[in-house]
Design a protein around this ligand. Structure first.
Ligand code: ASP
Length: 600
């Protein structure tokens, strides 16, 4: 093909190749001649002069087209539209006095253009490349390459990279080895549905994508690798929420000849490094809170310690009450739960009524509010309570004048769920949540099991490979719900960042656990026989943890959704609008996989 002199559309090369980055120019570059490559972010025509903000990965700089400097360049700039890819050559100069832009890192300078090349034009983008653009997320994901051009998205991805690098550096220095484990494997029990991959060579059989590398990392301990980690991709087919994705990344860790304290200490060290890499600080070592205390005082095992608003049970205060709502709940075997709201009297009556409506939307039959003023406790239901009950309420919830309280009566789990869900909204409204503050806590002393009323069987709170405590072992079968686990979760600002446990390393104990979980021997053999067998060939005591990388980045980047921390995430309905996955496949492919008979 001949390359006509001006036939840009026939060129595959470009003429103006950069020797500088847009975002790095500053006053120290005055007088320097630079060539820049980038995208036209914004173009302004100011009677004679044309200004374009040129954007590359490093940032943005203003370039100026003045016909007196280059008439030809100015002419070309007239036709430049947003997102055109340009090469420009020009001189860095100070902006005229009064025209500096202090909100822009390069705002003290501009580049006076002498030569320009349109390397590639762009269709009008479906949305502008700017922060807080209000466009449907589906569209953002369909045109993810445009969405990702935003500075904040670049910053988020770079932060993610720094966090991964800090993880590699820290764990390597601690003697860990990264080992990759298979993506095509057998089901691992993390409590979600599996993604399945049909096997062509073994018709009728399926691989499962790993929900985590749990069993492989345990096998690696049995193989004598003392300290394993992996930046591991995990797959769970579950209904999505803001902080869930069908595929996500974990910092997966396992160590041999350790107890809980060793794993917690290593994780504390890792988190301190990761926070440092993100330019933040985390108190180290991180404090611990027993599971029971978290449930009693925060109504959740993911407490947000940045603000107080603690809960208490008020059954004793109201045990002989004449107030029907409370009396009925107690009679039905339920409870009365209250949450103190520091400074809550700042809320107006209509605010308080608004929270009651919100509680009802969340499924609560009602929510009672109280405000402690200097002349006593105020509430629409105060008149139904005795003085003694009011005093009991005030002292149990430790209310001080100016505080408010929410009370709920009913089933314990239902009450706590509603109070837990109201807590962040109320705290935010009252300005109780400090900015840029990170409060972490280890939740420890978990129960080993919970009872699933629907399936009528015990289930592991973590997973079936979690070791019970030494004290729980003897009475495991007699009192399963009293058994405690050697498990721990790390929670930062109310977000569960990770969890792990010391594992069972003896076959007999693992078999007892499967039995307790009502997994018949035939099934445990079929699913986990390889692990059970490996446990008989010299398995060391071992334990580990997995940290959710996407959530960690979300937290450190100050984002609300993990979709902002993943370059190509899925929508809430697990689709990828960019590629159109999941997609239909050709009949022939289905036949190859034995998923469709040859007759169709
Ligand atoms: N495999 C667990 C998970 O993915 C973590 C662990 O126990 O190490 O949640």
């Amino acid at each position: 093909m001949t390359d006509g002199a001006e036939g840009r559309e026939h060129r595959v090369t470009f003429r103006l190749k950069r020797d500088a980055y847009c975002g790095e120019l500053g006053v120290e570059d005055h007088g320097r001649e630079v060539t820049l490559n980038g995208w036209a972010a914004r173009r302004r025509d100011h009677g004679g002069l044309i200004f374009i903000d040129l954007r590359d990965d490093s940032g943005v700089v203003q370039v100026v087209f003045d016909p007196r400097a280059s008439e030809q360049s100015h002419g070309i700039a007239e036709d430049v539209r947003p997102e055109y890819v340009l090469g420009v050559l020009g001189e860095v100069r100070p902006r005229p006095e009064g025209r500096e832009n202090p909100s822009m890192p390069t705002g003290a300078v501009e580049v006076l253009v002498r030569d320009v090349e349109v390397i590639n034009p762009s269709k009008t983008p479906p949305f502008e490349v700017k922060e807080d653009v209000s466009v449907d997320e589906r569209v953002r994901l369909q045109y993810r390459y445009i969405d990702l051009r935003r500075q904040s998205m670049h910053e988020g991805m770079k932060l993610r990279h720094r966090i991964i690098k800090a993880t590699h550096d820290f764990l390597t220095a601690q003697g860990f080895t990264e080992v990759e484990t298979p993506r095509l494997t057998k089901s691992t029990p993390e409590g979600a549905r599996d993604f399945l991959v049909p096997s062509r060579l073994q018709p009728g059989r399926f691989y499962a994508l790993p929900q985590s590398p749990q069993l492989f990392k345990q096998i690696l301990m049995i193989s004598g690798f003392d300290r394993y980690y992996q930046i591991a991709r995990c797959y769970r087919d579950e209904d999505l929420r803001a902080d869930r994705q069908p595929e996500f990344t974990q910092i997966d860790i396992e160590m041999s000849f350790v107890d809980e304290d060793d794993i917690i200490a290593t994780t504390d060290g890792l988190l301190a490094e990761v926070f440092r890499a993100a330019g933040r600080e985390l108190e180290s070592p991180v404090g611990r809170m027993p599971y029971d205390e978290a449930m009693e005082r925060y109504g959740t095992d993911r407490p947000d310690l940045r603000y107080r608003m603690l809960m208490d049970t008020l059954n004793d205060v109201f045990k002989t009450t004449g107030f029907k709502v409370f009396a009925n709940a107690l009679e039905a075997g339920g409870c009365i739960r209250g949450m103190r709201i520091e400074g809550g009297s700042a809320m107006s009556r209509s605010d308080l009524d608004g929270w009651e409506r919100k509680a009802q939307e969340l499924g609560a039959p009602g929510l009672l509010w109280f405000v402690l003023e200097s002349d006593g406790l105020k509430s629409p239901v105060a008149k139904f309570l005795s003085d003694e009950e009011k005093d009991g309420l005030i002292s149990t919830l430790r209310l001080e004048p100016g505080d408010a309280a929410f009370l709920m009566a009913g089933g314990r789990v239902a009450c706590d769920e509603v109070l837990y869900q109201l807590r962040p909204g109320v705290a935010k409204k009252l300005g109780l949540i400090p900015n840029d503050d990170y409060r972490a806590v280890w939740i420890v002393d978990f129960p080993l099991l919970e009872y699933d009323e629907v399936e009528k069987r015990y289930k592991s709170l973590h997973h079936p490979f979690t070791s019970p405590t030494e004290d729980s072992l003897a009475g495991l079968e007699d009192e399963p719900l009293a058994a405690r686990a050697r498990a721990y979760d790390i929670v930062i600002n109310g977000v569960e960042i990770g969890g792990g446990s010391v594992r069972i390393h003896r076959r007999d104990v693992q078999e007892r656990m499967f039995k307790l979980l009502s997994i018949p021997p035939s099934e445990s053999e079929a699913k986990f026989g390889f692990l059970l067998e490996a446990l008989e060939y010299g398995a060391p005591p071992h334990g580990g943890i997995a940290l959710g990388l996407d959530r960690l980045v979300m937290l450190l980047a100050g984002r609300d959704t993990i979709r902002d921390t993943i370059a190509f995430p899925k929508t809430q309905s697990a689709t990828c609008p960019l590629t159109g996955a999941p997609d239909e496949v050709a009949e022939a492919q289905l036949r190859d996989l034995g998923l469709k008979g040859s007759s169709g």
